[in-house]
Design a protein around this ligand. Sequence first.
Ligand code: BGC
Length: 244
Amino acid sequence: MKILGIDIGGSALKGAPVDLATGRLLGERCRIETPKVVTPAAMAKHAAEIAQHFKWRGPIGVGFPGVIHGSHILSSANLHRKFIGCEGGKLFAQATKCPVTLTNDAAAAALAEMRFGAGRNFKGKTLLLTLGTGIGSSLCYHGLVVPCEFGHLQIKGKSAERFVSAAARKRRDLSWAKWGKELGEYIRSLEQILWPELIIIGGGVSAKSRKFFPYLKTRARVVPAKFLNEAGIVGAALSFNRHG
Ligand code: BGC
């Protein structure tokens, strides 16, 4: 079965058809850069452009960087505020004229990593963190994936992602060592309450894991995501119709 996966991120939309049996992209991904201010209607148009690019007429899985309940978007920390309260599933389905399932982006990434990537065949408690514009998070256990919002754990009255996301490292102009230590502190505080057996770090920055993994000093084993930045597309496709 083939499903078009679309990953909506803080700076771009990315999509490609995915073979669900292997988790492989069936063609080069299509990427559209987006300014932060893009409205839900404009974003839906971009999603339709991706569908048109692949001449797509089948099911689509969309990963979105916010809390998703049913097909509704409840939060939008790094995108337009107008997404909050919007029925995203319907919006993208109308724009693309295809059936759409909407999922949290980190939950999508976790599905891909647990099925085909760094967590393959591992059934124990796994924490997946994606480090990008924000911090995405999911807990996985025996094949189950639970979307979480650990990027909004409060540090000095602000969301942790403001200090330790990959974007925060650049914005704060931190060395890998300094950022790695702060990120380690944050992850260790999550370990105190979650006690994962495995931690998977995703997002584009996971390609540079050698630069910061030595500073994390976590109890659990930490590994980079296998799909690096493509987990969102593969997982969005895998999530199609998982929740009805
Ligand atoms: C959002 C999460 C999302 C994460 C990564 C956070 O700001 O609240 O839902 O998974 O960013 O995109």
